[in-house]
Design a protein around this ligand. Sequence first.
Ligand code: GDP
Length: 197
Amino acid sequence: LFCRPCEFYFASQKLEQLPEARLPEVAFCGRSNVGKSSLVNALTGQNSLARVSGTPGRTKQLNFFDLGGRLALVDMPGYGYAQASRSVKEDWQGLMFEYLRGRPNLRRVVLLLDARIETKASDRAAMELLTDAAVTFQIVLTKADSAKPYWLRQRQEEAAALVKEHTAAHPLVITTSSETGEGIPELRAELTALAAP
Ligand code: GDP
């Protein structure tokens, strides 16, 4: 799966404009700056996501990538901008909720948490949204290379507890670093298991 190219193929700002649901989908979400682009680039061995995010206007929409013709990776807009207005936040939640609830081929959401920072209210709100939409999500910790070992253990325990709180969460918490490649094979294995044959 990861030997084939990962290509950007669709951007949608409105739910009426989603691409055909022909592939199993895995969506990535997290606070802005959590390391989402770096992680997806490390997973796919390409920097296509970074290139797309750098295109003006593409950061506020759902971006779809085709991974080897077997899986769609969906890059969800980052949440948690302190300076975003209430209406922007509500729009984000509305669009995400409709997408999450209505997408028949969505197999899982990967929710990224920064291993160096405590869980924020916006992360908890995202987990509530996912649970309300009855979508299975998986917690992946990012930037493990720059978290102190003691703190990293705390974060792993906290993530495991958060998973237990949410019935729609997948139990395996994966600790990753895009810098060192830690956890990347484990995450690839999870995604491979969700891909079309
Ligand atoms: P995004 O906004 O969630 O897409 O985050 P980016 O991938 O753009 O990363 C945000 C910042 O975190 C950048 O300065 C990255 O260099 C840094 N970063 C991302 N992943 C890692 C990592 O695994 N380790 C370290 N030390 N820094 C990282």
